[in-house]
Design a protein around this ligand. Structure first.
Ligand code: PLP
Length: 262
């Protein structure tokens, strides 16, 4: 009997369906992994922004993690919105204790509309507890700046930031280039711990980019669950997200979601 690859997302729910848990599960499905979820926070959200955030009690987050460990151990997982230091500590402790592998950490901090998805005082917990457990860490440039405490504009800055994050304990790092200046192609930097790789993309000018970070990290986790190598997983995730952004859905009147079945 063929084993079904299982991928887990540990993240926040987006009632609008474009980011968070909902984006992750759609991505897992599209890429052929069985999707599971541990919900860390419930958000009231649509394409216009985040109207409310309700974190799930840590005890209930641990129950969800234990239910999965006891019966449905994942081949790979991704973490997204973790909201507080307490939640980061609980999730990190569980990953360490049960030695879960193929951990993709998307260091989600602020939604495009400006809402805080991670409390400012939780950044240290992210750096000390979770980043050392990351097989692949996927910050965008503002997140990499927060994590390193340095501003990033040149290629050298990005390489230095990737090395800094590797020294914090992340196995591999993708610094996403989407926030680079708009007249440049969005080149992602992938550092595998030994070599820097530049992954070039196309700049697609659209406001329909809600959930791109979540979708990219989920696609990497799905590919790792399928047994693909990290470089293959990152390249496939990049193609997947580019297709998703290129075929917008035109849902809602604000920043619409990417299209997971493009
Ligand atoms: N809402 C949730 C629950 C998320 O996890 C994320 C992404 O990380 C977002 C919103 C961010 O959405 P956006 O891509 O619009 O910044």
């Amino acid at each position: 009997m063929l084993k079904t690859p299982k991928a887990l997302t540990v993240a926040g729910s987006d009632s609008g369906g474009g980011a968070g848990i909902q984006a992750d599960l759609k991505t897992f499905q599209e890429l052929g992994a069985y999707g599971m979820s541990v919900i860390t926070a419930v958000t009231a959200q649509n394409t216009l922004g985040v109207q409310g955030i309700h974190p799930v009690p840590v005890e209930m987050i641990l129950k969800q993690l234990n239910s999965i460990e006891e019966d449905l151990r994942p081949e790979a997982l991704k973490t997204g919105m973790l909201f507080s230091a307490e939640i980061i500590e609980a999730v990190s402790r569980h990953i360490r204790k049960y030695e879960w592998k193929n951990v993709v950490v998307d260091p989600v901090m602020i939604a495009k509309g400006g809402a805080d998805l991670l409390r400012r005082d939780a950044v240290e917990a992210l750096k000390k507890q979770l980043i050392p457990l990351a097989s692949i860490l996927t910050p965008n440039i503002p997140e990499a700046e927060q994590l390193t405490g340095r501003s990033i504009s040149t290629k050298q800055d990005r390489e230095d930031a990737a090395k800094f994050l590797h020294d914090l304990g992340a196995g591999m790092i993708v610094i996403k280039g989407g926030h680079l200046s708009h007249d440049k192609a969005p080149v992602d930097l992938f550092y595998d711990g030994e070599q820097m790789h530049e992954l070039e993309g196309r700049r697609i000018d659209t406001p329909q980019t809600h959930g791109t970070g979540c979708t990219f990290a989920a696609a990497i986790a799905a590919e790792l669950a399928l047994g693909k190598t990290p470089i293959h997983a990152v390249k496939t995730a990049k193609t997947f997200i580019q297709e998703a952004i290129s075929h917008p859905l035109h849902i809602g009147s604000g920043h619409g979601p990417t299209n997971h079945w493009a």
